[in-house]
Design a protein around this ligand. Structure first.
Ligand SMILES: [Zn+2]
Length: 208
């Protein structure tokens, strides 16, 4: 298989991201001597690592696709190649407290990375590839897949809102350490948070 075939596989993985995972759909796979030795999409940590001791619903970290694929490849990642639909993160604007993917890829011993699309954020765009290069990992863009990947990373706010209503039943405005921690985690992931109380306030202001 060539780059295009592996990238198509990564896109298939991305499109199969579980519907209860909020945000963009990203897929990744590790290839060693022409064979796929690990693959994945963005996923809840417990579904990857197989334990369920993290409190649901929002406190549980969502692993980036690269991390899932590298975990599944294990030691076989060393000397291998990684395909990922979206440029790996570099720790800016990331919702994760874990090592960013660029660092993780280098530490895993991956020698080459092919990405399907650069990060759409102009502050980050291209910097993931640059950083990989500086870390000694060859990295390049596979052209021609933007049209297929774009819809997977364009998050529909209506869908997000519906999922949020479904999954996050606990009020965010209640006092207490866990509620505050939860709200802080949400704020890191999103540009804005609307709560029922805020909606009332906004409506009240509007009609005043
Ligand atoms: Zn990442």
């Amino acid at each position: 298989m060539d780059d295009a075939n592996y990238m198509r596989r990564a896109i298939t993985l991305a499109s199969r991201t579980s519907p209860d995972i909020l945000g963009m759909k990203v897929g990744a796979l590790v290839v060693r001597d022409g064979e796929i030795v690990g693959e994945g999409s963005r996923e809840f940590a417990s579904r990857v690592y197989g334990h369920h001791d993290t409190p649901k619903p929002v406190a549980e970290p969502v692993l980036h696709a690269e991390r899932v694929a590298l975990y599944r490849a294990g030691g076989l990642a060393r000397g291998s190649m990684l395909y990922v639909t979206l440029e790996p993160c570099i720790g800016i604007d990331s919702d994760s407290t874990m090592t960013h993917c660029t660092q993780l890829i280098a530490e895993s011993g991956i020698v080459r990375v092919a990405v399907g699309m650069l990060d759409p954020n102009p502050r980050i765009q291209g910097r993931g590839l640059e950083l990989l290069g500086r870390l000694g990992v060859e990295a390049y863009l596979v052209e021609g897949f933007d049209d297929m990947i774009q819809p997977l990373i364009n998050v529909d706010p209506r869908r997000e809102w519906r999922l949020a209503q479904k999954d996050w039943r606990r009020p965010l405005t209640s006092s207490g350490k866990s509620a505050r921690a939860e709200a802080a985690a949400l704020r890191k992931m999103r540009d804005a948070i609307l709560s029922a109380e805020m909606m009332d306030e906004i409506e009240g202001d509007y009609h005043a």
